[in-house]
Design a protein around this ligand. Structure first.
Ligand code: NAP
Ligand code: NAG
Ligand code: NAG
Ligand code: NAG
Length: 456
């Protein structure tokens, strides 16, 4: 387990040099045709983003040099063995890498099965194989998701999935057979001269069908679960940490409060509400939405990778809030209402501020359909109908979250926090304790303005 006491501070200090960052070089694997285009992507899609303003301010004219010195771009793709890198590059990497962090994934819930399998399952396999060839590897850190748990209720433990394990009793999963099913379907599609559109549809349906067969609600969580199984199976005695966050929301504190990228889950509901396109949502207001600010996820990753460096074991962390500091949908509804009363949105530059009614949350479909049907007979039928369709598509998409009845245990995370606190590291505090979050204040002051600023 976790090494506590005197050993931790010296390792923590190792990554806390000078300005709070590691001194080494970060190789960043980017999907691109060559190193130049990988570099271009890093400058525009990573270092060019607002979140880097903090470092820009700090380094001034030296910013470019700083980034160039730290980030070493690699053009590659985890779906290929060795990520498609050439031999010379690989030899260099095998010798020099201490820590591997894998966050690559296709995160679309209903992705094509072949695409999701390539990245989320084979990607994890290729990472594990690569890791085994790195001679001085101290840590392989993999980012997974807490919702691997599917529709389980009650307390969900920070426990590994064994290879072949499923969520549906009486079934066993053969990952290799899944790959064959994909290959066979591909062959059949080709033999049928299927159109690209038909192929996409077939592959999407196949993913969902296979996921449901084994008890997962969607292709994303199913393939992410298989990815964890692959890692666990192939890791040998490599030190592995698996981080399972729940729904990641904007940064709470660092380095830029409210910052967020990519519209996901609850944020599309907030945006729909702000734009008056979404007036109701199907979720029991008392349901706990397990959310966690992005900086807490990153802080956990940094501390866990230090704490478990060189340890020949696999440790799993739920980076979640539902057990220690639960936030309900009703709470978000209240905070959002209060936010938009105090900061009313405007439809155009010169138009009057709009007073939004509180979003209606329905706990049963019957209740909601009644309201929607009333809408159908109103003179605004078309408008309401469009809004109804938006609401229904979001409701369907997020059902695995909004109907979720489990709570994620995070005993390991607690232990990590206690060990860190014992190290007396006063230089920098890596906060990942969900207890410290005042949810109403966070939604009102940080997250909702962040979503409107960075995602709208
Ligand atoms: N966001 C959440 O709420 C949440 C919650 C729990 C867990 N997670 C996990 O956190 C990780 C990051 O999620 P995110 O929300 O940042 O997702 P995201 O915005 O979809 O980013 C995924 C990243 O993976 C890269 N990628 C995809 N396929 C790849 C491949 N074959 N080879 C190399 N890179 C590839 C993408 O690169 P391109 O730019 O080239 O597309 C993209 O940069 C994922 O593992 C996800 O499962 C996220
Ligand atoms: C290929 O065509 C056959 C015959 O029409 C059909 O039964 C089968 O489902 C098709 N396969 C795919 C993958 O679309
Ligand atoms: C609002 O003003 C901005 C800048 O003056 C302009 O670019 C934009 O088109 C205007 N939007 C509307 C809806 O009038
Ligand atoms: C941390 O500081 C406290 C109080 O100053 C001290 O009692 C304790 O031994 C220190 N712990 C470590 C691991 O240095």
């Amino acid at each position: 387990m976790l090494q506590t006491g005197s050993q931790l501070p010296c390792v923590v200090q190792k990554i806390l040099v000078v300005d709070g960052w590691c001194t080494g070089v970060l190789f960043l694997l980017v999907r691109a045709t060559d190193v130049d285009s990988a570099k271009h992507r890093i400058w525009t899609e990573v270092a060019g983003r607002q979140i880097f303003q903090v470092l820009k301010d700090k380094h001034g004219e030296g910013f470019e040099d700083f980034i160039e010195a730290k980030l070493c771009p690699l053009a590659g793709d985890v779906m290929y063995e060795n990520f498609g890198l050439d031999k010379t590059k690989l030899e260099e990497l095998y010798k020099n890498i201490d820590i591997i962090v894998n966050t690559a994934a296709t995160t679309n819930f209903y992705e094509r099965y072949d695409v999701a399998f390539d990245t989320n399952v084979l990607g994890a396999k290729h990472i594990a194989e690569f890791a085994n060839k790195c001679t001085g590897l101290k840590m392989l850190l993999h980012v997974s998701t807490a919702f691997l748990a599917g529709e389980q209720e009650g307390l969900i433990l920070e426990k590994a999935f064994l290879k072949g394990e499923t969520l549906r009793e009486g079934t066993h999963l053969y990952i290799e057979s899944e790959l064959n099913i994909i290959k066979d379907t591909r062959t059949e599609l080709r033999a049928n001269y299927s159109s690209e559109k038909a192929e996409r549809k077939t592959m999407k349906e196949l993913g969902l069908e296979r996921a449901r067969q084994f008890g997962w609600p969607n292709t994303y969580t199913f393939t992410k679960a298989m990815g964890e199984m692959m890692l666990g199976h192939l890791r040998g005695d490599l030190p592995v940490v698996i981080i399972r966050p729940s729904i990641i929301t904007s940064l709470l504190k660092e380095p830029l409060p409210g910052w967020i990228e990519g519209i996901k889950t609850i944020d599309s509901v907030i945006l729909g509400y702000a734009k008056q396109a979404l007036k109701f949502f199907l979720v029991d207001p008392d349901t706990i939405m397990d959310v966690i600010p992005g900086d807490m996820v990153v802080n956990t990753m940094m501390v866990a990778m230090v704490a478990h460096s060189g340890e020949q074991a696999q440790t799993i962390y739920h980076v979640t809030s539902s057990l220690r500091n639960p936030a309900s949908y009703a709470l978000l509804q209240e905070s959002a209402h209060r936010y938009f009363i105090d900061n009313p949105p405007r439809a155009g530059n010169n138009s009057e501020p709009i007073r939004l009614n509180k979003m209606r949350l329905f706990s049963t479909i019957l209740h909601m359909v009644n309201i929607a049907l009333c809408g159908a007979f109103s003179p605004y039928y078309n408008e309401l109908n469009g809004k109804y369709r938006l609401a229904m598509s979001l409701i369907e998409l997020y059902a695995p979250y909004t109907l979720f009845k489990g709570r994620f245990d995070n005993m390991n995370l607690e232990r990590l926090r206690m060990a860190m606190e014992q190290t007396n590291n006063t230089e920098y505090y890596f906060d990942f304790d969900p207890m410290t979050i005042d949810w109403d204040d966070y939604f009102y002051r940080v997250h909702i303005p962040g979503v409107l600023k960075y995602l709208a």
